[in-house]
Design a protein around this ligand. Structure first.
Ligand SMILES: C[S@@+](CC[C@H](N)C(=O)[O-])C[C@H]1O[C@@H](n2cnc3c(N)ncnc32)[C@H](O)[C@@H]1O
Length: 201
């Protein structure tokens, strides 16, 4: 057992409501690529409750090993070792065959051109009808869904000008451009959304 594992309180708070949605969406056996895995808490929770899936964690090379202790301590056999994948210039062809994808709290951290690369990359490696679930805060027609999200957006911008909460109009247009159709936009606790995209033929 690793002591002092990296820990995200928000993962602990949101993993149950996200799992509930993923269970209804990822019904078939398959392999799910996670982009921006972070600590690995999500990977462990979802893989342990969805044993018909194999989870492929990945993260930017600078964070690719962050999830090691959570993944190793889990003892789960349906999680592949984490892969270093920068959505911008990563080698998507080295991934195992995937049937779906998941990413949480990445779209507001990545620069917009990285978000574009994430959609393009996922669409490129997912089969037709594959599902991509994207969790996080989003705005609608430039309007934030809460004062908390507005403050969060300002703090992201102040920290780095390339970061910020993405607008649904932009992200929907990006999906269409990438061959991903938005099927669901679930309201989630704490003013977050779970967006479900299906790859179209
Ligand atoms: C706020 S953290 C979210 C971590 C985790 N998914 C969660 O919900 O707690 C954002 C993650 O995006 C990853 N990330 C940022 N830019 C990336 C890129 N270009 N390619 C892949 N991952 C990236 C970071 O390394 C980090 O793990």
């Amino acid at each position: 057992m690793h002591k002092d594992k990296p820990f995200s309180q928000s993962c602990e708070n949101n993993k149950a409501p996200i799992l509930e949605k993923l269970a209804g969406v990822f019904k078939q056996p398959g392999t799910i690529l996670e982009i921006g895995t972070g600590t690995g808490q999500h990977a462990v929770h979802f893989a342990s409750h969805l044993p018909h899936l194999t989870w492929q964690p990945s993260d930017h090379p600078r964070n690719a090993q962050l999830s090691n202790s959570w993944l190793q301590d889990s003892g789960l056999t349906n999680i592949y070792p984490p892969i270093a994948l920068n959505v911008l210039d990563g080698d998507w062809s080295s991934l195992p065959a995937i049937t779906g994808a998941f990413s949480a709290n990445t779209a507001h951290i990545m620069a917009w051109h990285e978000v574009q690369a994430m959609f393009r990359g996922i669409s490129g490696v997912m089969p037709v009808d594959g599902i991509f679930c994207l969790y996080g805060p989003f705005s609608y027609s430039g309007q934030h869904t809460s004062e908390g999200n507005e403050r969060f957006d300002r703090s992201l911008n102040a920290e780095a000008s390339h970061m910020g909460i993405r607008d649904m109009e932009d992200i929907k247009a990006l999906g269409e451009h990438s061959g991903l159709a938005l099927e669901e936009d679930f309201d989630m606790p704490a003013n977050n959304r779970l967006l479900v995209w299906r790859k179209v033929g």
